[in-house]
Design a protein. Structure first.
Lengths: 133, 406
């Protein structure tokens, strides 16, 4: 099976690299975007299976990019990954499939990615089963 | 800070963005909620009056097409009743295209596209209302019902004879009023458990717990196979998922004053609702001190009937003049209508400032605002001729549109 491709949208270089390393170690392929416009460009060009999205970024924030992702790719799995739990109060954040508050170790992020991707596979399987005559 | 009451925790969103296609040409220049009704009112006045009487003081009106006349009416007649100092407001919201770069794709999408308003206001309950219904309703009773059932969603319902139910969303309920089935416009409508001759239909009025609403419209927005409509998509999907959705049957829960409900969907239903108003015993009396309907009226002189002018079973608004020799029967005259000498007007609706010149004869006609009917003109008498120049409904009502020249 091909490796799942994860787009990491994160303005902090060190954090982004750390997450990517962890994701690669867990068997995923990664794509990186430092801001919303880079993310949108990659979304238009690349095959992507899941997005990890920071909120607080210079320029267009993750919460502004989120509806755009939803518009360009309805059903694209998105994990919000932010240092601020209070962003949950903004209902736009509910557009994401998961909301994770950053922690020093990326363990829970990797778990969330695995969990969400397996849910996606399950959904896809259900759809295919339904479509079979 | 004082504990907020249930009403202060409730916010209303009035959906006023439809194209109003089936009411065309009355919606030629204005959104359906701004179409006049009952002489002095605009259709949205009924829903707003209900909010006012029920103590709902935070209201968003989601507008879209041809919204200027509606905005103007709300600004003139309603905005000053809400005190921003107390956290009250009546705000019209055109599509912001913040979440989607499109117009509203359905009723649920209109709410989805405005979820940021809910983030900002943080109500506990959201009432989703239509801007094109004529009815009296005490939303407080619906809220009480919602709380007593521990509901996530409560849908206002009424009953209709089973033969008429196919036009509506039909509910199937258990003995506790929980909705266990929902079909939009079914060919074979289900009847009430205890009354095989009637069906329970949705009035398109929903009370949601805010979080349930937000989850439901987001889930719906992500579906590519959805029409993004509450009745067609969101409610059936919630019922299917086993959500706590309850039916608030107005005929069971509210006194008779509140039993009338009319969705002004078509020209014929618009016409019929008016003829009902001028029937000997209207089931929706406009005169009711307990639940008055508010509107905006410009300062106008009183209506004047001159000489031997005759009116029978009419609504005559301020500013009207009926000249001598004129006969007006079973008709609705909006403010500032002028009826010339010897004119005959029967079973007709004349909207604001219509001028019917001397010797005209109108039968079963709706004349839109500011139209002047020239001297001696006959409309509604020869339908063959009328079909060549106007819209004539299936049931033979002639519509003379705004801006027409003779």
């Amino acid at each position: 099976m091909a490796k799942a491709r994860i787009l990491v949208v994160e303005d902090d270089d060190k954090q982004r690299q750390l997450y990517c390393e962890e994701l690669i170690a867990a068997g995923y392929e990664t794509l990186e975007a430092r801001n919303a416009s880079e993310a949108e460009e990659l979304l238009n060009r690349e095959q992507i299976d899941l997005i990890i999205l920071d909120i607080n970024m210079p320029g267009v924030s993750g919460l502004e990019l989120l509806p755009r992702i939803h518009e360009l790719h309805p059903g694209m799995p998105v994990i919000i990954h932010t240092a601020y739990g209070s962003y949950r109060d903004d209902f736009i954040s509910w557009l994401a499939d998961m909301f994770i508050v950053k922690s020093p170790d990326a363990g829970n992020l990797i778990e969330a990615v695995e969990d969400l991707l397996s849910r996606q596979r399950e959904k896809k399987f259900q759809r295919e089963v339904k479509q079979e005559p | 800070m004082r504990q907020q009451g249930v009403l202060e925790q409730t916010l209303a969103m009035i959906l006023a963005g439809g194209v109003g296609e089936r009411l065309y040409p009355l919606t030629k220049v204005k959104a359906k909620p701004a179409v006049p009704f009952g002489g002095i009112y605009r259709i949205i006045d009924f829903t707003l009056s209900n909010c006012l009487h029920s103590g709902i003081r935070r209201i968003f009106v989601l507008t879209q097409h041809k919204s200027l006349p509606l905005d103007r009416h709300l600004w003139l007649g309603w905005s000053s009743l809400f005190r921003t100092e107390l956290g009250e407001f009546l705000a019209t919201v055109p599509p912001q295209q913040r979440l989607v770069r499109e117009w509203y794709r359905g009723t649920a999408d209109a709410v989805f596209q405005n979820i940021d308003l809910l983030s900002h206001e943080r109500p506990k309950f959201v009432l989703i209302l239509a801007g094109d219904h004529v009815y009296r309703m005490d939303y407080r009773a619906m809220l009480q019902f919602h709380l007593s059932k521990n509901a996530e969603v409560t849908i206002a319902c009424t009953t209709v004879p089973i033969k008429d139910a196919s036009r509506f969303g039909v509910m199937e309920v258990d003995e506790n009023d929980k909705i266990i089935g929902f079909e939009e416009k079914p060919q074979k409508p289900k009847s009430l458990p205890n009354d095989p001759s009637h069906s329970l239909i949705s009035m398109g009025i929903y009370l949601f717990n805010t979080e349930t609403l937000v989850r439901a419209v987001i889930q719906d927005a992500k579906r590519t196979d959805s029409d993004h409509d509450f009745g067609k998509n969101v409610i059936p999907s919630l019922v299917q998922q086993g959500a706590q959705v309850f039916a608030f049957n107005i005929r069971k829960e509210l006194p008779p004053l509140f039993h009338y409900w009319q969705d002004i969907g078509t020209l014929d239903s618009y016409y019929d609702a008016h003829m009902e108003l001028v029937s000997p015993n209207p089931s929706f009396p406009l005169h009711d001190d307990e639940w008055t309907i508010r509107t905006y009226l410009p300062p106008l002189p009183p209506a004047v009937l001159k000489g031997d002018a005759v009116t029978r079973y009419c609504v005559v608004s301020p500013g009207c003049v009926i000249e001598e020799g004129a006969i007006v029967e079973h008709s609705i005259l909006s403010p500032g209508v002028y009826i010339g000498k010897g004119a005959v007007v029967r079973r007709s609706i004349l909207l604001h400032r219509v001028r019917v010149s001397e010797g005209c004869h109108l039968e079963k006609v709706i004349v839109d605002e500011d139209v002047t009917i020239p001297q001696g003109e006959q409309i509604g008498v020869d339908l063959e001729r009328d079909r060549k120049r106007f819209t004539v409904t299936e049931r033979g009502v002639v519509i003379v549109p705004v801006g027409v020249a003779f």
